[in-house]
Design a protein around this ligand. Structure first.
Ligand code: AHG
Ligand code: MN
Ligand code: MN
Length: 317
């Protein structure tokens, strides 16, 4: 293998990188535990049965849908980490208390397997995680102390922020996450757009925004998986993803705690923006575990434009 003269083969691993971030040891431990859990999730995705929950295998044992299995993998790991009090998961109806409050404990909200309906067609999927200090999960996303996602694509990557930039790690042949990009940043505007939801259900403001994007020559790049779609915008450093309010679903589809807040934290950390069409996603106060919001997320100027189109059509939108 060609190696540039003087270039080291040393790969910076996730734990070492986290230790350089000036954060509490418990938070380092927690993120490393999530990274470990993701290795079991990817193994389940790659080798598991594609059947739905409630079916049985050859031996009469219950088989679990991959999103339920992924939830159990993560919950078990978090519960035994010793540094987590409350856990909320897209797959659970209630908050799970791993332990009561104590010093330097964290609470975690996660979507264990986002895009699980794409597994049977072998498209990219992911895990999304939001972390707060203490036991309160009903806080504005701006109070997150860390956010991350793991993308299960042709390669597995982990992208995290502890409020000090956004960093990408890629899984190597030894199943270790090693640093691939540090301090990822976004341009002010871009030429990629990833539009979620049915266009014939768009409100007039969103419809006009799409026409604006088409007329400025933006390329349609939508996979149907929130993690790969956000990863594309973030790693290319340009573009916008949106899952807007729809006629009949004024709050869109995506969930604030498990999907929107962690992605908004990461995108803002990279210099981008995320709005529900009126206010920043990170300033929305969660009202319930399954609170949904519309989202426009990506380059700051593109998001601002989306907000202006919403405002321009006022009550109609
Ligand atoms: P989940 O698989 O966790 O329920 O979420 C899927 C999400 C997200 O990945 C994607 O952006 C969106 O659903 C697409 O939804 P529709 O295809 O229903 O529009
Ligand atoms: Mn999801
Ligand atoms: Mn999910």
């Amino acid at each position: 293998m060609y190696r540039e003269p003087g270039k080291s083969r040393f790969q910076l691993d996730l734990r070492r990188h986290l230790r350089s971030q000036n954060i509490c040891n418990n938070l380092v431990h927690l993120i490393c535990e999530i990274a470990e859990a993701s290795k079991y999730v990817i193994h389940a995705v790659r080798t598991g049965d594609l059947g739905v929950a409630g079916t049985s295998n050859l031996y009469g044992e219950e088989q679990l849908a991959l999103d339920v299995l992924s939830d159990r993998i993560l919950r078990k790991r978090l519960t035994h980490s010793g540094v987590v009090c409350n856990i909320a998961s897209e797959e659970m109806d209630e908050i799970y208390q791993a332990q009561s409050d104590g010093p330097d404990l964290y609470s975690v909200a996660y979507d264990p397997l986002d895009g699980s309906s794409l597994v049977d067609v072998n498209l990219s999927i992911g895990t999304i995680v939001s972390i707060y200090k203490g036991c309160n999960l009903f806080q504005e996303g701006r109070n997150q102390v860390a956010a991350l996602y793991i993308l299960y694509g042709p390669r597995v990557s982990l992208v995290y922020s502890v409020g000090n930039g956004v960093h990408e790690f890629t899984m190597n042949s030894l199943n270790e996450y090693t640093l691939s990009r540090e301090n990822v940043t976004m341009a002010p505007c871009g030429d990629i757009y990833a539009p979620g939801g049915l266009r014939n259900k768009y409100t007039p403001g969103t419809e006009k925004f799409v026409t604006y994007l088409e007329e400025k020559g933006s390329k349609l790049r939508y996979s149907g998986g929130f993690v790969p779609d956000i990863n594309q915008v973030l790693m290319k450093g340009k573009g916008i993803f949106f899952y807007p309010a729809l006629k009949g679903s004024p709050k869109g589809k995506l969930r604030l705690l498990y999907e929107l807040n962690p992605m908004a934290f990461l995108i803002e950390q990279a210099g981008g923006a995320a709005s529900n069409g009126t206010i920043p996603i990170l300033d929305v106060k969660p009202e319930s575990l399954d609170h949904r919001e519309p989202i426009y997320i990506g380059c700051a100027e593109d998001v601002q434009k989306a907000v202006e189109f919403q405002a321009a059509c006022g009550q109609e939108c």
